[in-house]
Design a protein around this ligand. Sequence first.
Ligand code: S3P
Length: 203
Amino acid sequence: MNTQPATQTIATMPPLRRPSRTQRPPERIVLTGFMGSGKSTVGPLLAAELGWTFIDLDTEIERRTGLTVPEIFATRGEEAFRREETAALVVALGRAHTVIALGGGAPETLANRLLLEQTPATAVVYLAAPFATLAERCSQQAADPTATARPNFADIAAAQARFDNRQPLYRRLAHLCVETETLTPADSVAAVISAVAAKASRA
Ligand code: S3P
């Protein structure tokens, strides 16, 4: 783990890309990646380390609708879920000093990709791992009665197809990629912070 206080590291960061009059240091870090990639585990730890707020987009959708994610899928369908996801993302991206964990399917929606690309001072970080690792983590989490079920992981072959389709989107959308297969959540936090800082210092 980085021994320097992370709050200082981010606060002194230059903008993500080449400085211009409109660019500012990162004010939001958005975690993206497939189901089981650790977004909802790493996100709160990262926010705590930075002294920032954490928003889990699925939790926001559940709060806004009063329904769980599986209930939305079952009663309204995936398209309705995706509309709620975009609405929640618009609000989340209005917050500064915030870590946002996306749902695994959020980058499939063009509006979400445009929002992420066009919101200034927003670092998008892809938490990557091989499908076998993600599948193993998701099946372990499915055995936990307190964990939210994942409708899009019910069928493993369909999940693998979604993974294959989404990989290029995750990679294109992200400013940074952290390979998490062998990392603990704390290691992933340190890797995200140093990758964002390194990227910012190259801008
Ligand atoms: C989904 C991922 C889930 C949640 C919903 C759909 C997907 O989020 O948004 O079940 O299509 O990949 P996590 O990636 O946090 O599991």
